[in-house]
Design a protein around this ligand. Structure first.
Ligand code: ZN
Length: 995
């Protein structure tokens, strides 16, 4: 069978006319092939004519050479594959090489899984784009003739395609292409062919019958792009352009055609972006060839003038550029960064972030540097001068220098040879008024680099925007802008014209931040190892390490990126109840609560089994924050917004309140009386604050008997004691002892006594809102993840740590306080959120069990201001209306519904002995006696152990506090102590202390 084919092949071969007309300085290839798709086989002969005087190497690539002759004489070579070297001679050297290839059936080798294969010969299609014939290296002439079975249409690089039908129905395709090129491809399939003529160019579509309805759209867009770039750069360099569907999932551009995968052409956005990109490659890449040895500029230039340009035309150019900066931030670390001169082609997202993204930004900055008109002129000259030749960055530099008349050596050195991105800071932005003018000053500082660049700045005033561009020439520079208006804000690089490091405020949580993190984990939900076992293969190949939910540490959350199923305690205790969009698979990306360099992807999937297919696809959606898929299709994709540009506020908006509108507390209580929850904040030690709270409670109770009081001062395990006290079944002293009031709350009970007496008299329920103090302390020392399973039983199941403004306010107050042990702020923050969340949850629990009750919440103002501590968390849980009243706070926008200004009220505080005490295994010991105190006057000393007060035995410090609570100033207390005496043994003594 095989021999038979060879005979046919020889006859076919003799009928081929010898081509002429190619350049004498380059090698010429005349290649004839015959393809049998059923057998996955190709047989052919290459006749290679090499210019005189040069020794040449012929690479045989992936083919099997069956015979070689040079100038008609048999040429013996041991190598059947690899390289054949032909010596130099005085005349042209002509080599004839017969070859054959048997391709592996593609279906057996994983084409279905999307594995990229350069060459396939299949009954349903032929795609030969890799090394598939013998050829000399470098730009050469080609003339290809292919004999294909009946029904097949052939495509290759061609200005013209000649077709001859043979008696058996097979057809011979000859491709006329008279330009030097690095290599050629051959594509064939049972296509429907459609040709239209447009502006002297044949536009041809080769689509499979199933996709025929797409033809009109592709023709329309192709015309549009050919027109667009013919006008922008220069007339289309060929006579023919074909859009060819491929059985492989490709997106290639070859001279005179683009090869788009079958699944690719069906995607609706391809005509809007990729098609234009591939068509623009006809100018840059396919007629001016990129010199890869000195850096491939063609992808970045094409991205800039295609993908980016299409967004720019829709006014979204700045967003596109910001995405480039985000990709660079997320995928590039110093170890994988390369300079543009070293970029050859994309092999992963990191190389794409540089070769496509950064390069596009460099062209953008080049355009800013020399101006749009000169930039366009330079591009045209560059194209015309280098058509059908290799061109390098220095050819681009030369064209730009010729067009602009300026020396751009520094620019290309900085951007093509150098690595990294601009990294500068804006410092000391300030305003000075001089006469009618405001002068705005600011400094630009580069810490590590000394780049030169044009800095675009917008000054926003109350009336207008002033735009300026400043030239930064060295590591630091000072600038100023003048205005007669009221300056509000300076915004640096608002449109992302610079390839620079993004500031933290500009960053956005996107999927690429997870995919680009070298420490990325997939979290296996607690107890579901079996269910998720099927994912492990995918996770390994995509670079995710597996981590059990219970093994996730604070460090993982702060310093790595995580993909986590949303239905886990881990997510519920980081972000509260995350509303994941409905779908078969959805993914929402959030910053880690402890760092906005790391992201957490929260997943919801209809089934674990279905998850893998979707996870595989998220790599194509790196720039999005939120994704939703249904029935295998993406139905939602969106990106959060961050700050636009580097903003520097110059003046805060000043706010004021109208003094005539100050209202009496009674009117304010009236105004909030319809709310379900009234938060009444306090400074714990200010008695007047508590009088305000009492007034709020009394007046609300007058209107509504179904009132309850929530108190921060009591901890949940003591709810039953509170209930007994309110019910009147225990007395106050018992209550103070059993609620451990003095062990758990540091402030004088007299501050709260009036409120609790009112509650007791009227049987108003009091809710112990707080969590057990020991747990909060543990978290502030070791973080939430240090809690034991036992502790976690008392911790709310969902907590939201993502209120960054609250975090910032706490950070400021944390920094303002001395921090001797160098504690971890994040742990402190977690303890505060735990505290707030516990109060919100306990409040919600009461309101759920007691529907119809209105609640007044008493807690420190810090747990209420701006709604951050308890109010918004309770609202997250129950959506109940609330009002916040704060005492003695600065009036700031959003801080509360009302800020009250109570005057000091006389307060009878509990008298003091003037000692510091500690509990020491059932013994109350004096640790310090205050100078001039009642205790000192009575002769008490440090180290004395207090046995009794007024004959009442003291077993704990709280006993002393409770005892004194029932004494008043001027009372005499009899204190019995045990004093240690050196050599003489302990002595008991009794002293009288006048309070
Ligand atoms: Zn491209």
């Amino acid at each position: 069978m095989r021999r038979m084919q060879t005979i046919v092949f020889v006859i076919f071969f003799m009928m081929i006319p010898v081509i002429s007309g190619a350049d004498n300085a380059v090698a010429r290839h005349e290649i004839q092939v015959r393809i049998d798709p059923e057998q996955h086989s190709l047989t052919g002969e290459a006749r290679i004519t090499m210019p005189p005087g040069q020794a040449r190497s012929i690479r045989t690539g992936g083919v099997t050479v069956t015979s070689v002759s040079v100038l008609g004489a048999a040429f013996t070579t041991d190598a059947k594959t690899g390289t054949i070297t032909i010596n130099a001679g005085s005349g042209p050297r002509v080599a004839n090489i017969a070859f054959e290839v048997l391709y592996a059936p593609a279906r057996a080798s994983g084409r279905e899984e999307g594995i990229e294969q350069a060459n396939v010969v299949e009954p349903d299609g032929i795609a030969l784009t890799g090394s598939w014939y013998p050829a000399v290296e470098g730009l050469s002439g080609y003339r290809l003739t292919a004999l294909l079975p009946p029904g097949f249409e052939g495509i290759s690089e061609a200005d013209e395609v000649l077709v001859k039908e043979r008696p058996d129905g097979s057809r011979e395709f000859s491709f006329v292409f008279d330009h030097p090129v690095d290599g050629i491809s051959l594509i064939a399939g049972k296509y429907r062919v459609r040709t239209v003529r447009h502006e002297g160019i044949d536009i041809v579509t080769y689509f499979f019958p199933e996709e025929e309805e797409l033809v009109e759209t592709y023709l329309d867009y192709t015309k549009k792009y050919l027109d667009m770039y013919s006008r922008l750069i220069s007339p289309y360099p060929f006579k023919r352009f074909a859009v060819v569907e491929n059985i492989l999932p490709t997106g290639y551009s070859m001279p005179t055609f683009t090869l788009l995968g079958r699944d690719v052409v069906k995607l609706p956005f391809i005509v809007e972006t990729s098609l234009g990109h591939e068509i623009l490659h006809q100018w840059f890449g396919n007629s001016v060839y990129a010199d890869h040895a000195t850096g491939n500029w063609a992808e970045g230039l094409t991205t800039y003038l295609a993908d980016h340009q299409y967004e720019e035309m829709k006014a979204g150019g700045w967003e596109y550029r910001k995405q480039i900066l985000l990709s660079y931030r997320n995928y590039i670390v110093p170890e994988n960064d390369v300079s543009l001169k070293d970029f050859v082609s994309r092999s992963d997202r990191a190389t794409a972030a540089v070769g496509y993204g950064k390069t596009a930004m460099v062209f953008h900055m080049l355009k800013q540097e020399i101006g749009t008109d000169i930039f366009t002129r330079a591009l045209r000259e560059f194209f015309v001068k280098n058509r059908f030749a290799r061109a390098s960055w220095s050819d681009i530099q030369k064209a730009c220098e010729d067009a602009s008349g300026s020396d751009l050596g520094w620019f290309f050195k900085q951007w093509v040879e150098g690595r990294g991105a601009l990294d500068f800071q804006i410092r000391d932005a300030m305003v000075r008024y001089e006469g009618s003018n405001a002068r705005i000053f600011f400094d630009v500082k580069q810490e590590e680099r000394k780049d030169r660049f044009l800095l675009p700045v917008v000054l926003r005033t109350d009336k207008e925007e002033i735009r300026k561009i400043f030239r930064v020439e060295k590591e630091s520079a000072s600038f100023e802008i003048e205005t007669r208006e009221h300056p509000l804000e300076l915004i640096v690089d608002r449109d992302y014209d610079l390839f620079r490091t993004l500031s933290d405020d500009e960053a956005i949580p996107v999927i690429s931040a997870i995919l680009g993190d070298k420490d990325r984990f997939f979290v296996i939900p607690r107890g579901k190892e079996q269910e998720y076992a099927g994912l492990s293969g995918f996770l390994t190949t995509s670079g995710f390490a597996e981590k059990k939910e219970e093994a996730v540490t604070y460090d993982d959350i702060k310093n790595s990126s995580l993909l986590v199923p949303g239905d886990t305690d881990l997510i519920r205790r980081l972000f509260g109840q995350v509303a994941l969009p409905e779908g078969d698979f959805s993914l929402v990306t959030r910053f880690s609560p402890y760092s906005n360099k790391n992201c957490i992807g929260i997943i919801r999937s209809a089934s674990v089994a279905g998850m893998q297919a979707y996870l595989q696809r998220i790599t194509h959606y790196g720039k999005y924050t939120t994704l939703v898929f249904r029935d295998g299709r993406n139905i939602t994709k969106s990106t959060d917004t961050g700050e636009r540009g580097i903003g520097m506020p110059l003046s805060e908006d000043v706010h004021g309140v109208s003094v005539p509108h100050l209202e009496p507390l009674s009117r304010i209580i009236e105004a909030v009386s319809g709310k379900d929850i009234i938060y009444a904040g306090e400074y714990h030690d200010q008695f007047d604050n508590h009088r305000v709270q009492l007034q709020v409670i009394r007046e609300l109770y007058r209107k509504n008997k179904r009132l309850a009081i929530g108190m921060e001062m009591f901890q949940k395990p003591f709810q039953a004691v509170l209930d007994e006290y309110i019910a009147g079944t225990i007395d106050e002293k018992t209550f103070l002892k059993r609620s451990e009031y003095y062990k758990r709350w540091a402030f004088d009970y007299n501050l709260y006594r009036e409120i609790l007496l009112f509650a007791r008299e009227n049987r108003i329920p009091v809710i112990a809102l707080n969590i057990r103090k020991e747990i909060v302390t543990k978290v502030s020392k070791g973080g939430l993840l240090a809690l034991s399973e036992e502790d976690l039983k008392e911790v709310p199941g969902d907590m939201d740590l993502s209120d960054t403004e609250y975090q910032e306010r706490l950070r400021e107050s944390y920094a303002a306080h001395a921090n001797p042990e160098g504690r971890n702020f994040d742990f402190f923050y977690q303890s505060q959120v735990l505290w707030d969340e516990s109060m919100a949850h306990n409040l919600n629990e009461f309101m759920t069990k007691n529907p119809g009750h209105q609640v007044v919440v008493l807690a420190g103002g810090g747990h209420m201001s701006f709604g951050s501590g308890i109010p918004k968390r309770a609202y997250r849980l129950n959506r109940r209306e609330y009002a916040v009243l704060l005492n003695a706070e600065d009036v700031e926008k959003g801080i509360a519904d009302y800020v009250l200004f109570p005057s000091p009220v006389p307060f009878k505080e509990t008298p003091k002995l003037g000692v510091q005490l500690k509990d020491d295994r059932g013994v109350v010991t004096i640790t310090m006696v205050s100078p001039d105190s009642a205790a000192e006057k009575a002769g008490l000393r440090a180290d004395d152990a207090i046995i009794s007060l007024d004959s009442e035995k003291m077993a704990a410090v709280e006993d002393v506090k409770i005892h004194l609570f029932y004494r008043k100033k001027g009372d005499v207390v009899s204190v019995k102590v045990k004093r240690k005496r050196f050599l003489f043994g302990d002595r008991e003594m009794e002293v009288k202390v006048m309070l």
